[in-house]
Ligand binder design. Structure first.
Ligand SMILES: [Zn+2]
Length: 583
């Protein structure tokens, strides 16, 4: 028997095989399982709390892993025979283990860049924001000063005014990415560079915010209006991005995450993943959605076609790019989310990023290539447009693609008549439930923009579940919190997961809660469904790859408001311990 840390080292070498070979191999192992029953396991878990998420949602006491595969699940007695001289024995002592967490909508490289750029995520007052920016400026050189995580909840619907940047990096281009990723605050030097002034009209798929009572830009720019700046910023280096991604993967592992749907992919991201993978440091499974041409595009025209064509060159055992990402609309706080009824704050329906007919033609093209489609939809108008596009593609597409799975993500509002269409069209519904509670953002931005009645219907996870839709959990990190337990808790309580229960007058969310088992399904077995990987991951069953997370307490045995206080003690990816909580 080995102490557990030495198992980590030994398991770092692994055989790399393609997924199809892997599946065949695992079938053979099951077939000859009887004969090899006594071969010692690499790792054995005893004395759980193992929530398997199998079809019966059963619990087990023990499990064993060999060569990255789960080879036994059952009682302590049933796996004891698999403990040999070199087996690492993990005594769960009643703690809970469950399948590794799948994040169904995330931007890992952007998350990694939080540590490269000036990070203002924790600045929840204007003084703190200015102080943080000033501190960063003192240690910064370069022509562009980039910051991330500006909390728009501190400001009204016209966003912050760039006068607050006075005295900060005055000789540099200042770009402060907002916490929603759809807006940015820039200084006058940037406004000059892109030529935005009182005479510039808003682009049709973006907003240039103006000072009260004038046409003068205030420095807050949204959607395509900020996209223009992104294109002028110096390109990222592979070296820095790889380091940023390495940190992002480690951080994801520390939250129990072992597979992700990266919805922000261009060739640079493919190169970054490849360099990590080649170094044996990619410890998550990745499905990458290549971002479509249009708003927030990474490639256009011939260049887009080249990246699409060559995507297979960057795939491996752990990585697939068989997906296309569409930014269908914006967000409520920018009045850019596409809504069926006009906004309360302005007399329009928000922004659909595709002209009529364009989305369905594009969706149809990638559908016919057998790709999985992923739609950003915040407003009910956008959800309708995405479902219409998917229906159009399915009606015209070949029978062989009918079983392909697609995703609508965010789903702030969904019109009741569209709710049953998720199940009908094989579209999963990805939610970031931590947004579904009442906070400063709700009071200062959402209620003024769309009104209390619509806010009470935000994130209709329960309705879609009751209509047999597949619900998924996504962080949207770094535009949302990475920690899945925050969303799991909020899905169960619809209350603020950071502190004590809110006073009743602030509880505006009425669309209903779901139970803990549903939220865990959303982050495990449903995630495997989303990736077409339910033979490989998503539950703890013999024959699947060993992706697991161990918590320091049993989530089912604590009060719901305590869920997000649980800690990840260990994360196992493909049979290797990739995270252990420091003592
Ligand atoms: Zn996103």
């Amino acid at each position: 028997m080995l102490v557990f840390s030495s198992v980590m080292m030994r398991n770092n070498t692994r055989v790399r095989v393609s997924i199809s070979i892997l599946l065949t191999a695992s079938l053979q192992l099951v077939a000859c399982g009887q004969a090899t029953q006594q071969d010692p396991a690499d790792i054995v878990f005893l004395n759980g709390g193992i929530y398997t998420v199998d079809a019966e949602r059963s619990w087990a006491e023990a499990a064993a892993i060999r060569d990255g595969e789960i080879v036994a699940v059952g009682t302590n007695a049933s796996v004891r025979d698999l403990i040999g001289d070199v087996t690492g024995v993990f005594d769960l002592q009643g703690r809970m283990a469950m399948p590794g967490i799948h994040d169904s909508h995330v931007h890992p490289l952007e998350g990694g860049y939080e540590q490269v750029h000036c990070n203002v995520w924790d600045a929840d007052s204007i003084d703190l924001l200015i102080g943080t920016l000033m501190t960063c400026d003192r240690n910064h050189d370069g022509e562009w000063f980039n910051a991330v995580g500006l909390d728009l909840g501190m400001f009204g619907l016209i966003g912050p005014d760039n006068s607050l940047l006075e005295g900060i990096a005055t000789d540099k281009y200042v770009f402060v990415d907002a916490s929603d990723g759809h807006a940015a605050l820039v200084n006058d030097k940037v406004l000059e560079l892109i030529g935005y002034d009182a005479d510039t009209p808003d682009p049709h798929d973006g907003v240039i915010e103006r000072r009260e009572g004038s046409r003068e830009p205030n420095g807050t720019i949204r959607e395509a209006a900020r996209d223009r700046v992104d294109k002028l910023r110096p390109p990222r280096s592979l070296r820095i991005s790889t380091a940023a991604m390495r940190d992002a993967v480690k951080l994801m592992n520390s939250y129990g995450i072992t597979s992700v749907y990266d919805v922000w992919v261009g060739e640079h991201e493919m190169q970054v993943y490849q360099s990590l993978d080649n170094a044996g440091e990619l410890t998550v499974r990745v499905l990458g959605g290549i971002i479509d041409e249009g708003v927030f595009e990474k490639h256009t025209g011939k260049d887009f076609e080249r990246v699409l064509h060559d995507r297979g060159n960057y795939e491996s055992e752990y990585i697939s790019y068989n997906s296309l990402k569409f930014m269908v609309d914006g967000v409520f706080e920018g009045e850019t989310g596409a809504v069926l009824e006009p906004y309360d704050s302005v007399d329009h329906h928000g922004v659909l990023n595709y002209v009529p007919g364009e989305l369905r033609e594009r969706a149809s093209r990638f559908y016919d290539l057998g790709m999985q489609l992923h739609f950003h939809t915040m407003g009910d108008g956008a959800a309708r447009a995405a479902l219409d596009a998917l229906q159009y593609a399915r009606e015209r597409g070949s029978e062989e693609h009918k079983s392909n799975r697609h995703t609508l993500s965010h789903l702030g509002l969904v019109d009741p008549i569209d709710i049953p269409r998720f199940a009908e069209l094989n579209a999963g519904a990805s939610f970031t439930m931590v947004w579904g509670n009442t906070d400063e953002w709700t009071m200062n931005l959402e209620i003024p923009a769309i009104g209390r009645e619509r806010v009470a219907r935000l994130y209709p996870i329960r309705s879609i579940l009751e209509a047999n839709g597949v619900v998924l959990g996504g962080s949207d990190w770094n535009y949302g919190e990475l920690d899945p337990l925050l969303s799991i808790e909020t899905g169960v309580t619809r209350d603020n997961p950071y502190g004590p229960r809110s006073p009743a007058e602030f509880e505006v969310f009425g669309e209903g809660v779901v139970d803990l088992a549903t939220m865990i399904d959303a982050y495990t077995i449903n995630g495997a469904w989303q990736l077409h990987a339910e033979d490989l991951s998503g539950s703890i069953e013999v024959g699947k790859r060993a992706d697991l997370v161990v918590f320091d307490r049993n989530l089912f045995e604590i009060d719901a408001p305590e869920i997000s206080e649980a800690n990840v003690d260990a994360t196992i990816f493909d049979g290797r311990v990739v995270y252990r909580r420091p003592d």
